[in-house]
Each structure stands twice: as C-alpha cells, then as structure tokens.
Write a protein that binds this ligand. Structure first.
Ligand code: DHB
Length: 311
C-alpha cells in the first residue's frame, strides 16, 4: 500500500487528511468523535478569550454543492481548549491542532502565551473569519496581519500555522507571501471560506441564514477552484520552508490528489465532514490510496507540486 503519511510543521501525521477547524469541533464530545475517526489530527474550533454563543440561528445551511455559514465564532473560550488538549492527548495520543482567533492583538498574545502550556502539537492562527459581526476579515488588513504575526511569533513556542482567507489578485498573494516569509510560520492553510456569499430560497423569497442579512462564508465544491488557486500561487511564491495545507472543497481522493499536485502537503476536510460524518476520513484515504496505486506513486513526495502547465 502507498505511504500517505506526511510531516507537517515537524509533526508526523499518519495520513495527509484531517479535519478543518470549524465544523463539529466546539465540544469535547465532538472532538472525541474526530479523535476516534481516521482523521490524522484533531483540529479544534477557533477560540477567543471569552466564551461566545455565536450568531443567531439559522446560521448554517447545506447547499447542493457545499455550505454557507455565519456561525460567529461560537466557542467555549480558550481555557477550555487548553484543558481539552490535555484530555485528548492522554486518551487518544493523536496530534492536536489548536486554533486561535482573538478579537484583538492583546487577546491573541494572551492566548498564545497560555497555549505554550497546552498539549497542542501545532497552533493555527486564524485571521480569516468573515463572520464576526462588525469586524472586517483580519487577513485582508495586511498591516494588522503583520503586527499580529510579529507579536505572536515572539511568544509562540509551538509550531505555528496560519489559516488564510482566500485571495484573488496576484498583488495580494505577493504582499501576503512577503509578510509570511519574515516570520517563523511553518505552514499556511488555504483557504478559509469565501466570505459574504449570499444564497436565497426563491420559493420562500428569503435568505437561508439569519445573521448579517443572510451573508455568510461559502464552503464546499463551489470554492475548490479558488482553494486550488490559492495553494498553487502560494506554492509558487513561498520557499519550501513554509508548507501548505489545502482546505476548501476537498470531498474525494481525487480532490486530495489535485491539492497535492499543486503543492499542498496535507488537506483539511470541512463541509464534507459536516455532510457525511466522521467516516469521510477513511473513505477519502482509501480513494487516495487507489489513485496513487493506479498511477504508480508510492509516497506524497513522489508527485507533490509536480503540476504540468499545458503546452
Ligand atoms: C467562523 C467562521 C470562520 O470561517 C472562521 O475561520 C472562524 C469562525 C465562525 O463563524 O464561527
């Protein structure tokens, strides 16, 4: 059988497939479901300093080709996720990824300091949520992004990943890549949901979700071309020093294969995990094994980044 293990930020992962931060990862019982599944790591919900209830419901809808959400960062507050990291590590001994999405630089500094004493193997900094009412997506404010990375990397003693929002213009990719290269970032995850999409029900003549007048983050099959483009463009711009995790529209082994071909070292499953449940990890793994066998690839590095440009 082919070897689909990878090293991410210096952490060995048995497979290159694990859960994205966000879906069904707020409560300890939800995290235990992920820990018991074939997800190669347990990624936790982005946390804030204080617990949050999140936005009003309905705040998530399944769509024909994906999902729309405006959860509004419902979470139990960072102290609970530090505690959960210890419980999960002792019970399951799987790599744990914490996700931090503070409301201010000060909150981020406080949380990063505290997570040094957690059992998280990796910390993902998330400046990409488009759903916090009254706040812009932080990853689009390059000055604020850099200020946060500067202070966080002074404090953080765990390997650091950054979950990026989608970018659409080469000038923006280049600006973000230059910022990332200055700091000790071990990987980026591309992409967060495409912010502020709008789905409506034409029969009921109303929005599908309630917060923000119906606008929400788009995920799933709709966004895969944008995810692939973000992975590829950052792969072109970054040294191999910063790894890339693909996220956004990964449903099948073929999707994983494509993300690795454009340069990703691993992938995260989001919408498909909500829609299919924890069995998705094993199914996608099996599908990836089958493609690699058919193509004669023995490991991820045999084809990672080797996309050919059509002549
Ligand atoms: C939420 C959505 C995101 O896309 C994200 O990165 C963090 C939080 C949310 O609405 O809860």
């Amino acid at each position: 059988m082919s070897d689909i293990s990878v090293s991410l930020a210096g952490v060995h992962l048995e497979t290159c497939i694990f859960n994205a931060s966000g879906p069904n990862d707020v409560l300890l019982e939800e995290l235990e479901i992920i820990a018991r599944s074939k997800s190669s790591a347990v990624t936790m919900k982005s946390c804030t300093l204080e617990p949050r209830k999140g936005n009003s419901e309905p705040r998530y809808a399944d769509l024909e080709l994906g999902s729309i959400n405006s959860m509004g960062l419902p979470n139990l507050g960072y102290k609970e996720y530090i505690r959960f990291s210890k419980v999960l590590k002792s019970k399951y001994n799987k790599p744990i990824i914490a996700s931090i999405s503070g409301m201010s630089l000060r909150d981020n500094v406080t949380m990063f300091e505290a997570f040094n004493d957690s059992e998280a193997d990796i910390i993902e900094f998330n400046p990409g949520s488009p759903n916090t009412i009254g706040r812009p997506t932080m990853g689009y404010d390059f000055e604020y992004l850099e200020q946060n990375l500067r202070e966080i990397t002074k404090i953080c003693r765990k390997p650091l990943g950054v979950k990026l929002p989608p970018y659409f213009d080469f000038v923006h990719f280049e600006a973000v890549a230059e910022i990332l290269k200055k700091y000790n970032v071990r990987y980026i995850s591309c992409i967060n949901s495409i912010g502020n999409a709008l789905f409506i029900d034409p029969i009921k003549e109303q929005t599908l979700i309630k917060p923000k007048g119906g606008f929400g983050g788009l995920g799933g099959k709709y966004i895969k071309p944008t995810s692939l483009a973000n992975v590829r463009k950052f792969y072109e711009l970054l040294d191999e020093k910063i790894q890339i995790v693909g996220c956004g529209g990964v449903y099948t082994g073929v999707d994983v294969f494509e993300f690795i071909l454009v340069g990703a070292s691993a992938v995260q499953l989001g919408t498909v995990f909500i829609q299919e449940g924890p069995s998705c990890f094993e199914r996608v793994q099996n599908e990836l094994h089958a493609i690699m066998q058919k193509k004669g690839y023995e490991s991820i590095e045999d084809f990672r980044g080797r996309l050919r440009i059509i002549e």
